[in-house]
Design a protein around this ligand. Structure first.
Ligand code: G3I
Length: 331
């Protein structure tokens, strides 16, 4: 069997994977061998655990926490405040009108206390606020039901509520397109303003949904440098390397085209080489999946299109990318 990634990078950072109730069964051996951290792909999101005001549903989230405990893995929590996969009841009263800011804060405080409190002994790091920065334009924040009701105040509140619920948890701001200069600078501005105001935040999550064409290694390095200058821990939280350009809508490939997996291997090698340089500020590198038999990219942006973004293939065998990454460690 191939050397375990978690051992190869033991002196550098944790190696994580996003999992769900299906993959903890179908990928259990692979996960247990290579990974020492997991994140629930969907099961701890607001809509999953709190579909109605008076109803919490923790069954699947608990299964994932149990899996982490069984295998002695670290567990990351994902996510508390997001514009997606959040049930509408949170923002509305019984008549369907938007609630006041005070009511929204009371509701999200109670949600955070319940969820963070429940996993206090299991989860060491939470993605407290996810994807609130606007991708384009000069506006800092994305418009959402959150900003409609609470401007920008909900961000600091979420961190404060998470901190009071588990003072030991590391609290992260998490976002994608994190290496694009424009968004990078906005993420930096937001996090710096939180730090300046004494908000309890301990890290930045770089989602790292990358592909064979984008972002450049220079942009990745510049982003890491800029975020690290804030003195926070950095984690790659959702790494994958799509073989398609972001706007490529082709749906006719049933296997990788010639050269794709070699290019992917070169890029993964370059990325891990760079990450190792920054091992003092990078605590963890989590893939948004584990092997090519299951990836969210098979439904995005083209429903049902296959993709091959990971270090392991559909049969859980190491790909060229695995060997290049492993060789880097000299172990
Ligand atoms: O659970 C329902 C099921 O009941 C229904 O029959 C089915 C029909 O489409 O949908 C199922 O829900 C899907 C859900 O995943 C669970 O599988 C949703 O349609 C689908 O949209 C949802 O996608 C998730 C996506 O977040 C939603 O935004 C992906 O699995 C998940 O990988 C993805 O993860 C996000 C991170 O949380 C944040 N960063 C980006 C990342 C990728 O988009």
């Amino acid at each position: 069997t191939a050397a375990a990634l978690k051992d190869l990078f033991a002196d550098d950072f944790r190696i994580g994977a996003a999992v769900n109730p299906c993959t903890i069964r179908t990928q259990e051996k692979l996960l247990a061998h290579h990974f020492n951290s997991i994140t629930a792909e969907n099961e701890m999101k607001f809509a999953s655990v709190h579909p109605r005001e008076d109803l919490y549903t923790f069954e699947e989230a608990d299964q994932i926490a149990d899996f982490a405990r069984k295998h002695g893995m670290a567990l990351r929590g994902h996510t508390l405040v997001w514009h997606n996969q959040t049930t509408d009841w949170l923002f509305r009263d019984r008549q369907g009108r938007p609630v006041s800011k005070a009511v929204l804060f009371e509701r999200i405080r109670s949600h955070i206390q319940t969820v963070v409190g429940r996993y206090k002994d299991d989860i060491y790091a939470w993605d407290v606020v996810n994807e609130v920065i606007a991708d384009e334009g000069e506006q800092l924040l994305r418009s959402s039901l959150w900003t409609d009701i609470a401007g920008d105040e909900f961000i600091a509140k979420a961190f404060e509520y998470a901190h009071e619920s588990d003072p030991n948890a590391l609290l992260f701001y998490n976002d994608y397109n994190e290496s694009h200069p424009h968004k990078r600078d906005k993420i930096y501005t937001l996090v710096k303003s939180l730090l300046d105001r004494g908000v309890p935040i301990h890290g930045i999550g770089l989602q790292a949904h990358w592909n064979l064409y984008d972002p450049s290694l220079d942009d990745i390095r510049a982003a890491i440098e800029k975020y690290a200058s804030l003195g926070l821990q950095l984690q790659l939280t959702e790494l994958d390397m799509s073989v398609f350009r972001f706007d490529d809508k082709r749906a006719d490939l049933t296997e990788p085209a010639p050269g794709m997996l070699e290019r992917q291997a070169e890029l993964y090698e370059a990325v891990f080489k760079l990450l190792k340089e920054y091992r003092d500020c990078i605590g963890s590198v989590t893939f948004w999946g584990a092997a090519d038999d299951y990836t969210w990219l098979s439904d995005f942006p083209v429903q049902g299109r296959k993709n091959w973004p990971f270090l392991f293939d559909e049969g859980h065998r190491p790909k060229p990318a695995y060997y290049r990454v492993a060789a880097l460690t000299g172990k």
